[in-house]
Design a protein around this ligand. Structure first.
Ligand code: ARG
Length: 287
């Protein structure tokens, strides 16, 4: 009888050990899977986010960026090579982000006011379009760390008599829908607004004297004016001075970290300065 109990005890011990071992092994497999997932995410911290956008982008093999390619030198249609390619400072930045993710870059050209809705509805992964960081936008989207500073500028046709903001009373001011330029123009007393989807259409109206002035970013005003040096000029002071950043969905925190890392690396390596030199100093828009 004693022997029998001893045998039973031994049997139970073996059974427990086996169960323990099996359990551990199973746990380890689970851990491994998780770890390999994490490695491919390039993330070391565990996250309870349901959809991992970084993983999705890598799986798709491409980063989809929404922009409004009417804004040289930030983004514009470059036809100088005979082919129509979207180029500019922001596109170089977008390429750097795609490279960091190890994927291709796909640019989607749309009107500026549809970029944030496209980001929110996941039609694009991120928005890069000379976006000024504003409190209003921050309510619906996240911004990366700033990558450049800039201000809004009045551009007018030569002989308009407009010398600055105070002369815009009773004048028609062309603005791009959904921009900070539009917000600023709304606050100019007595100015009549004409909204455009695309900046090139606004500048076309300016050249045809259908509007008296257009408000865009300083560098953009300079690019359009240098292209029409005999007709257009920049007048008055800059109307604001604000930081530009990449637009992301609020939940895409891992992607935000990556975008911020890319910007920090570009800053630290001196590459961002080179990009500024290339696009904001040396770049001459093709006629
Ligand atoms: N910086 C201004 C803003 O954030 C204008 C940007 C317009 N960008 C463009 N690609 N058209 O509202």
């Amino acid at each position: 009888m004693k022997k029998y109990f001893k045998f039973l005890a031994l049997f139970l011990i073996i059974l427990t050990l086996a169960a323990l071992l099996f359990g551990c092994a199973k746990k380890e497999t689970a851990n491994n899977t998780q770890q390999s997932n994490q490695t491919s995410n390039q993330q070391n911290s565990t996250s309870s986010q349901p959809a991992d956008i970084v993983e999705e982008i890598k799986k798709a093999g491409k980063l989809v960026v929404g922009t409004s390619a009417d804004y040289p030198p930030f983004e514009f249609h470059d036809i100088s090579s005979g082919k129509d390619v979207i180029a500019g400072f922001d596109i170089d930045l977008a390429n750097a982000i795609a490279k960091e993710l190890g994927v291709e870059l796909e640019i989607k050209d749309m009107s500026f006011d549809t970029i944030i809705p496209a980001v929110l509805s996941k039609k694009v992964d991120i928005g890069i379009a000379g976006f000024t960081i504003t409190e209003e936008r921050k309510k619906s989207v996240n911004f990366s760390i700033p990558y450049i500073q800039g201000g809004q500028q009045i551009i007018t046709y030569k002989g308009s008599g407009i010398k600055g903001k105070d002369d815009l009373k009773g004048k028609t001011v062309g603005v791009q829908l959904g921009t900070t330029g539009e917000e600023i123009a709304k606050k100019i007393e007595g100015a009549k607004l004409k909204q455009f989807d695309k900046v090139d259409a606004a500048v076309m109206d300016l050249l045809n004297k259908k509007v008296d002035a257009v408000i865009v970013d300083f560098a953009v005003a300079k690019a359009y004016a240098s292209n029409n040096a005999d007709k257009l000029e920049l007048v008055g002071d800059m109307l604001d001075d604000a930081a530009k950043a990449v637009v992301l969905r609020k939940e895409d925190e891992k992607l935000l970290e990556i975008v911020n890392k890319v910007i920090t690396d570009l800053k630290n390596s001196g590459e961002l300065d080179k990009m500024v030199q290339k696009w904001f100093v040396e770049y001459k828009p093709a006629k």
